[in-house]
Design a protein around this ligand. Structure first.
Ligand SMILES: C[S@@+](CC[C@H](N)C(=O)[O-])C[C@H]1O[C@@H](n2cnc3c(N)ncnc32)[C@H](O)[C@@H]1O
Length: 246
């Protein structure tokens, strides 16, 4: 059982934080279409509860989704039985030959897998490049440096019908790491059940990531929006295309 996005936070993320995936979906489908990818396999890294996978299936793609959280994958399998899902780290799974790779919601930034570092991230970019068909695209977003003012701690709560989530954020500028301390309360029967998680997120600079992708051979564009959906402040998206051979 992984320590992150356990049963209650997976449920709360699916119920209360679905906007990112659902509002990004039309714009990402548009990017696939602009690249003449109208069908075929899309690999979704950090697929969560399968919200985006569901939109891909509805649009006639095949989907292979990977997530480190068993609880997220359990929801995804129920939501999208037509897709294939696997529990595992996106830094370790084998990426099958495909037309597109997506990673929506800063999944590459999370430090859940202790092997996530600059080197393994660049190796992942290389493996994605190898797996993509010529003309294929890798679309993803990451969290950038500067989410919380230096020396500050922010606290926020969000509530749903039968849950509350409290999040405290702090950024360690020396290592460019954002720590989110998360406390959830979810109503189960008569009572509210408490759970706690700590999420550490590596923060990047868009220019460095774009350079890493170009060195591998990708043609890269950065964007602050997927179609009409503007990403939250401090997030940036990349559209990295594997060119056709000359
Ligand atoms: C903010 S959620 C986004 C989920 C989904 N893409 C969405 O947009 O709804 C981040 C997801 O990344 C997953 N994740 C983080 N690190 C991972 C890793 N190393 N391998 C696989 N999944 C990972 C988490 O379990 C979580 O489901």
């Amino acid at each position: 059982m992984s320590e992150w996005y356990k049963e209650d936070l997976a449920f709360i993320h699916d119920d209360g934080f679905r906007d990112f995936a659902l509002k990004s979906a039309p714009g990402i489908l548009e990017i696939l279409a602009q690249n003449k990818i109208h069908s075929g396999l899309v690999v979704d890294l950090g697929c969560g509860s399968g919200l985006w996978a569901n939109e891909l299936i509805k649009a006639n793609y095949q989907v292979f989704g990977v997530d480190i959280s068993e609880s997220m994958i359990a929801i995804a399998q129920t939501r999208v039985p037509q897709a294939e899902f696997q529990v595992g780290s996106l830094f370790k799974i084998e990426i099958p030959p495909c037309h597109g790779v997506t990673s929506v919601g800063e999944c590459l930034s999370y430090l859940f897998d202790s092997d996530n570092n600059r080197q393994t991230l660049i190796q992942l970019f290389g493996r994605i490049y190898q797996a993509l068909m010529p003309g294929g695209v890798f679309i993803f977003d990451i969290a950038e440096v500067g989410q919380v003012a230096q020396g500050n701690t922010t606290q926020k709560f969000t509530e749903g019908k039968d849950w509350v989530v409290l999040v405290e954020k702090e950024e360690q500028r020396s290592q460019n790491i954002l720590t989110r301390r998360i406390i959830t309360f979810r109503k189960v029967g008569e009572h509210y059940r408490r759970d706690d998680e700590i999420h550490r997120v590596q923060l990047y600079r868009a220019t460095q990531i774009a350079t890493n992708l170009r060195q591998i051979g990708f043609r890269v564009q950065t964007t602050r929006n997927y179609g009409s959906y503007y990403l939250p402040k401090g997030n940036v998206a990349f559209v990295a295309r594997k060119p056709f051979p000359d």
